[in-house]
Design a protein around this ligand. Structure first.
Ligand code: NAP
Length: 275
């Protein structure tokens, strides 16, 4: 099988329920998206799976042209649960293998262990049921600790990353370690679209505010996965692939002083986020 290469923009599916998840998966792939991101916790793997099946059955793309990522639920991080719940995910997604299996949150209080949890994912890779190990919401320190005990490379860390949470230190650290960054909530869950600096840059460059956010994320070498429900939003976001903002505009976004995290669930979020 060919090397797994992340496309510049992927498709997020959090909050997409039932037919909406199926619709976005089908229409997104028809538009050119080649990376779909779901999670056991989103309750929509089955509907993403129905969308994928329809796409493959109709010959729109082949299985190996789309990378599908899912995430282990924070209550399924003990080795036995990793193996069992991945089987359930594979069935729901109607796939023989998952391209990236993420640890959704480093939920140490609920049974996450670098050695045991990542060891179980490594076993799934040996069995051909998973292609790459992903982690999500890991701090640079956690990445370093995980790398020490994991027998396989960590392919990616999926983190919140947008103009209001620029993650400069983490990006620098990951670039040194050769760990890719998938940027979740790249539109700051819609909040960054109302930002006056972003709106002004969008207007002057004749692009949308969403495209400004996504082009900025891509300029940092990261891979945004915006979620969109309507065809217009799906199209708008995918259009960011071809947009290169002038360097002065990228710098203006770098200088935005607002710092705001939008995803911070209790118990499972790293305690360092509070510091
Ligand atoms: N690993 C994790 O812990 C984690 C956490 C959060 C998210 N994620 C992943 O990252 C994905 C994206 O993050 P997110 O869903 O939190 O937020 P997001 O992608 O930053 O923002 C989604 C919001 O922006 C709107 N939107 C999308 N495209 C738009 C456009 N072109 N113009 C105007 N509004 C637009 C959407 O509305 P419509 O739906 O109406 O289009 C929705 O309200 C998730 O779906 C999920 O796959 C992962």
């Amino acid at each position: 099988m060919s090397e797994l290469i992340l496309p510049k923009i992927g498709l997020g599916t959090w909050m997409l329920k039932k037919s909406a998840a199926k619709y976005s998966t089908i229409e997104g792939i028809k538009l050119g998206y080649r990376h779909v991101d779901t999670a056991q916790g989103y309750g929509n793997e089955q509907y993403v799976g129905e969308g994928l099946q329809e796409i493959f059955d109709n010959g729109i793309v082949k299985r190996d042209e789309v990378s599908v990522a899912t995430k282990l639920h924070p209550l399924k991080l003990r080795p036995k649960s990793v193996l069992k719940s991945t089987d359930v995910s594979l069935k729901k997604l109607k796939l023989d293998f998952i391209d990236i299996l993420y640890v959704h949150f480093p939920a140490f209080l609920l049974g996450y262990s670098h050695k045991k949890t990542l060891g179980a994912i490594s076993k799934l890779i040996d069995e051909g049921r998973v292609r790459q190990i992903g982690v999500s919401n890991f701090t640079p320190n956690m990445i370093d600790e995980a790398l020490e005990v994991c027998d396989k490379p960590i392919f990616v860390n999926q983190i919140e990353h947008h103009p209001y949470l620029q993650q400069k230190r983490l990006l620098e650290h990951h670039s040194k370690k050769g760990i890719q960054v998938v940027s979740y909530s790249p539109l700051a869950r819609g909040h960054a679209l109302k930002d006056t600096a972003i709106q002004e840059i969008a207007k002057r460059n004749e692009v949308s505010a969403a495209q400004v956010c996504l082009a900025w994320v891509i300029s940092k070498g990261a891979f945004p996965i915006p979620k969109a429900t309507s065809l217009n939003h799906l199209k708008d976001n995918f259009g960011a692939i071809d947009i290169q903002l002038p360097i002065e505009d990228l710098h203006k976004i770098d200088e935005i002083s607002i710092i705001r995290r939008f995803v911070h669930p209790p118990v499972v979020a790293p305690k360092e986020w509070k510091e």
